[in-house]
Design a protein around this ligand. Structure first.
Ligand code: SF4
Length: 323
């Protein structure tokens, strides 16, 4: 049996803002009762439109965002109730790769110093031991030793993302959260970084949570996919299951925009915009844009229905809409 590295139970993340109409205070319901497992050694992707809550969920998992309620177990221990020492240990095991590699690097520090920093803070290794680790991780990410003595502005976007990946690796993490890791890069460079992530996952037996809106990146990299809509996971399954037999109308719409991946020619145009997470619809949260909406959808959320052991969906019509 595959062991879960992370188990998320009924996670809720909300925050208040006063940017609403007439400056009124409003509560943004960013993550609404998400339960999710991330298996050791897998790449789980979370997909959905901008504003669906996927980045907030990711940031909560790595404790960059506070959760209102729920549980996030990492190796069986809830990170929401960890003490300082446990949290420090967790932060060495869980690292993040950001969308914008330039913003995540200190422009005034040479690359080698940027890579040394987490090792100096979190370990008691000698300087020689630290540099040995850095040289090994730099080589694995395709950086020359010469490159380590330069500054971030001397590199292209792709090279900077390699540096950011090397930085994420120096502490030998078990879990990497990659938030849109290639979307800021030239298309010509994206494939190189995607292949690098795939190689590193194998070399270091890493577990990845991949946040992206790019379904082609998901198809190539992910073992499983969770589809998120207005702070909820509406469908989850193995990548092949999601691409070949999507069940939720929202998943179908997302996939219809990339016909080259599915072979389906007809694009499904969603009605209206994504509702505000400050004002969530009743019932199924997708009902305001769903072409199959029935009366029950407006008042009653759909339960989670199992399609296979690995594939499940939240939709009243889960077994009635053709593939
Ligand atoms: Fe559409 Fe109803 Fe299914 Fe929601 S539950 S996705 S509104 S058919």
């Amino acid at each position: 049996m595959v062991e879960n590295l992370i188990e998320i139970k009924n996670l809720v993340v909300e925050y208040n803002t006063n940017k609403g109409i007439l400056g009124k205070k409003e509560t943004i319901h960013a993550v609404n009762g998400v339960s999710l497992d991330i298996k050791r050694g897998e790449i789980l992707a979370i997909a959905g439109e901008s504003g669906c809550g996927k980045s907030t969920l990711a940031r909560a998992i790595i404790k960059l965002e506070d959760a209102k309620s729920g549980e996030i177990d990492f190796e069986g221990k809830n990170i929401l109730t960890m003490d300082k020492k446990e949290l420090k240990n967790f932060r060495t095991k869980a690292q993040m790769i950001f969308q914008n590699p330039y913003a995540s690097l200190n422009p005034k520090m040479k690359i080698i110093d940027t890579l040394r920093e987490p090792l100096k803070i979190n370990t008691s290794y000698t300087n020689d031991e630290i540099d040995k680790i850095i040289f090994e991780k730099a080589e694995k990410t395709g950086l020359t030793r010469e490159a380590l003595y330069k500054y971030p502005h001397e590199f292209s976007g792709g090279q900077r993302q390699r540096i950011a990946i090397a930085r994420a690796l120096v502490l030998n993490p078990e879990f990497i959260l990659a938030d849109e890791p290639v979307s800021a890069l030239d298309v010509s460079i994206q494939a190189q970084i995607i292949n690098l992530l795939k190689d590193l996952k194998e070399s270091f037996n890493l577990t990845f949570l991949l946040i992206t809106h790019d379904m082609s990146v998901i198809k190539y990299l992910a073992d499983r996919v969770a589809i998120m809509y207005l702070g909820e996971i509406v469908e989850i399954g193995k990548t092949d299951e999601i691409f070949n037999t999507p069940k939720h109308p929202y998943t179908k719409a997302l996939l219809s925009s990339v016909p080259q991946l599915t072979g389906k020619k007809e694009e499904i145009i969603l009605q209206g915009d994504l509702p505000s997470p400050a004002n969530l619809p009743q019932g199924c949260k997708f009902h305001t844009r769903c072409q199959y909406c029935m009366d029950i959808c407006k008042s009653t959320p759909a339960d989670n229905k199992k399609i296979t052991d690995s594939h499940s969906v939240n939709c009243h019509l889960y077994d009635k809409i053709s593939d």
